[in-house]
Design a protein around this ligand. Structure first.
Ligand SMILES: Nc1ncnc2c1ncn2[C@@H]1O[C@H](COP(=O)(O)OP(=O)(O)OP(=O)(O)O)[C@@H](O)[C@H]1O
Ligand SMILES: [Mg+2]
Length: 228
């Protein structure tokens, strides 16, 4: 599903590379945590995956797309096959929960007569059917993140990327969102979650990829990666 082969990334404005010589593979059905100190390169990995940034060298493959070689018109097709959620939710404040989700379908050209059913289905999946007409400001942080997750899921992506999705949530909401991500993974969706929350990572028993200064220093799936 996701394959990095000797991937490096340098941002034009910074001297030290953000990622160096990364090689790993994430297969069907996996739930993977991406951990590492602030600035280690977690968000950069996610940005490469959804083609927000190109790799400087090496090969990135996601759901059959070769990211470094994508034509401009292929980017929307890639993004339809990836759900993504962020720490700060990024909901449109002037739209209700249902409208936020519907918007994600509208921009991908879904048939308008199918939209209400699909929105209702994902809101039910995240346990927020009763809040479909609520605006983001009327929802708790945990609920806003659930709406953002519903929006990420509405195109049925095979891969869900989550960048610190519990970073703004308290312990209880964190557990709720994490359980939801596990449930989503149980339906077959690959989930890759970047997080600082080591307690969550330790209790979960899922695969862990740890970065240090842009290098992969640990992969709990077995292949110990040498720290250079
Ligand atoms: N747009 C950018 N331009 C220049 N340098 C950047 C840019 N984005 C990130 N960097 C640098 O790349 C490195 C990795 O950043 P990244 O955001 O991937 O880290 P992170 O592991 O997600 O950190 P955090 O836990 O704080 O979110 C850092 O040194 C950062 O300063
Ligand atoms: Mg980050």
């Amino acid at each position: 599903m996701i394959r990095f082969n000797n991937v490096s990334k340098s941002y034009p404005t910074s001297t030290a590379p953000a990622l160096e010589g990364l090689t790993f593979h994430i297969g069907r059905g996996e739930f993977v945590f991406l951990t590492g100190h602030s600035g280690a390169g977690k968000s950069t990995i996610l940005k490469l995956m959804h083609a927000e940034e190109p790799p400087t060298s090496g090969d990135v493959r996601v759901s059959g797309f070769a990211i470094g070689k994508l034509r401009r018109d292929e980017v929307p097709r890639l993004r339809r096959r990836l759900g993504i959620v962020f720490q700060d939710f990024r909901l449109l404040e002037d739209r209700t929960a249902a409208e936020n989700i519907a918007f994600a379908l509208e921009v991908t050209g879904a048939r308008s007569d199918t939209i209400p059913t699909r929105v209702a289905r994902v809101l039910d999946q995240v346990g927020l059917s009763s809040k479909l007409d609520a605006f983001p400001r009327e929802l708790s942080g945990g609920e806003q993140q659930r709406v953002a997750i519903a929006r990420a899921l509405v195109n049925d992506p095979p891969v869900l990327l989550a960048d610190e999705p519990t970073g703004n949530l308290d312990e209880r909401a964190t557990q709720g969102v994490f359980q939801l991500l596990r449930d989503i993974n149980d339906t077959g969706t690959v989930v890759l979650m970047a997080t600082h929350d080591l307690d969550l990572v330790r209790q979960a028993g899922k695969r862990i990829l740890e970065l240090r200064d842009g290098r992969l220093v640990f992969d709990s799936a077995g292949d110990q990666v040498e720290a250079r």
